[in-house]
Write a protein that binds this ligand. Structure first.
Ligand code: IMP
Length: 216
């Protein structure tokens, strides 16, 4: 894993009052952990690292839905921009989607279910980039990588926007990572708590009010 930004446990984040927060979430958040602008600037660098590492070979980029969709579209946009502007070479990209479910409330349920997406036959013999929102215990990613191996890709690398410092981690570390974060439940920028908060611009820490309001 290269040059990820480490957010320390002692970091309190930014006050909600310093940013624009939708009225419907004002009572449900503790702080802004990573503002939208910083997310974008970091993704720009991840795109550059991927562009350099994958050379001229075609790349199948797989979006893990739903939480990965914003990171995925912003990352692909930035790789495409490098493809248009670098002149000497470009990475031919194809896009695929997979939908998994592994979480209920703020706990991983320990099993992952593939509940939709493309047929993974397309990865055979190809370089594959899996794009995920967050690695927590690492169980989802280990299981997904096991699944993908059955379709015999040439190589598989993972880009995760966030990596949580989780005591129960299985040790899985992605090749590309935006930010290493404290063991807190975060929402926004497509990350959800029971399908809420995906429409929040910044990555924020949810508070007890938000958890109690939206738990099932
Ligand atoms: P893992 O299997 O424990 O690594 O969990 C990974 C999945 O859990 C992610 O793809 C997310 O969908 C979800 N997840 C874990 N932590 C968070 C969080 O803090 N906020 C939102 N979703 C999370």
């Amino acid at each position: 894993m290269t040059n990820s930004i480490k957010i320390e446990d002692s970091y309190q984040g930014y006050s909600l009052d310093s940013f624009c927060i939708p009225k419907h979430y004002e009572e449900d958040l503790e702080s802004v952990l990573i503002p939208y602008g910083v997310i974008h600037d970091r993704i720009e660098r991840i795109a550059k690292d991927i562009f350099v590492d994958f050379g001229k070979e075609p790349l199948v980029a797989i979006c893990v839905l739903k939480g990965g969709y914003k990171f995925y579209t912003d990352l692909i946009d930035k790789i495409n921009s490098l493809n248009r502007n670098q002149g000497e070479r470009s990475v031919p990209l194809s896009v695929d989607f997979i939908r998994l479910r592994s979480y209920q409330n703020d706990k991983s349920v320990g099993t992952i279910e593939v509940i939709g997406g493309d047929n993974m036959e397309s990865v055979k013999g190809k370089n594959v980039l899996v794009v995920e929102d967050i690695i927590d215990t690492g169980r989802t990613m280990k299981k997904l990588l096991g699944l993908l191996e059955e379709f015999q890709p040439k190589c598989v690398k993972v880009a995760s926007l966030l990596l949580k410092r989780q005591p129960a981690s299985n040790g899985y570390i992605p090749e590309y990572c935006g930010f290493e974060i404290p063991d807190k439940f975060v929402v926004g920028y497509a990350l959800d708590f029971n399908e809420r908060f995906r429409d929040l611009h910044h990555i924020c820490v949810v508070n007890n009010n938000g958890i109690n309001k939206y738990k099932v």
